[in-house]
Write a protein that binds this ligand. Structure first.
Ligand code: 4NP
Length: 160
């Protein structure tokens, strides 16, 4: 059976599509493409259909990730479609809890920073939209850290 992961941020053009691209890269490298599915969505629908922000695409491309996701808004039925919903910050966390149709659905919500092992002082992945170049690099560092932790957690769950 496949495990499915949905990353969620506000606009679905910076943090969550980058997380999707990074996790997909790690999944391919681990030979787990037939076991784990990944997608992303935003709580705000204003960027629907857009490619990721050009600043994020170029920062990601310098690290070898090609981001081709088209933005979409998160929907209530995502709680049925996905096993885990991984949010970037407190606002996403609260919005997703309001949207969750049941207690079991709410238990699928995780914070990205819960899986980070090298950013202990952070409880959220900061929104880089109004930041400069360093903001995007910090976000990518955090997302690589979190995706690696998340993948290990998924693999440990399969073994366990
Ligand atoms: P994201 O960044 O949530 O990481 O995709 C943002 C993108 C767009 C906006 C805010 C944050 N916006 O306000 O349009």
């Amino acid at each position: 059976m496949k495990t499915s992961i949905l990353f969620v941020c506000l606009g679905n053009i910076c943090r969550s599509p980058a997380a999707e691209g990074i996790l997909r890269d790690r999944i391919v490298r681990a030979g787990l493409s037939d076991r784990i599915e990944v997608d992303s969505a935003g709580t705000y629908g204003g960027h629907r259909g857009d490619l990721p922000d050009p600043r994020m695409r170029s920062a990601a491309s310098r690290r070898g990730y090609s981001l081709t996701h088209r933005a979409r808004q998160v929907r209530e039925d995502d709680f049925e479609r996905f096993d885990r919903i991984v949010v970037m910050d407190d606002m996403n966390y609260e919005t997703l809890h309001r949207l969750a149709p049941s207690r079991a659905a709410a238990q699928k919500i995780y914070r990205m920073t819960d899986f980070c092992r090298h950013h202990p002082d952070w409880t959220y992945v900061p929104d880089p939209y109004y930041e400069g170049h360093e903001g995007f690099e910090l976000v990518l560092n955090m997302l690589e850290d979190g995706c690696e932790g998340l993948l290990e957690d998924l693999q440990a769950g399969e073994r366990g």
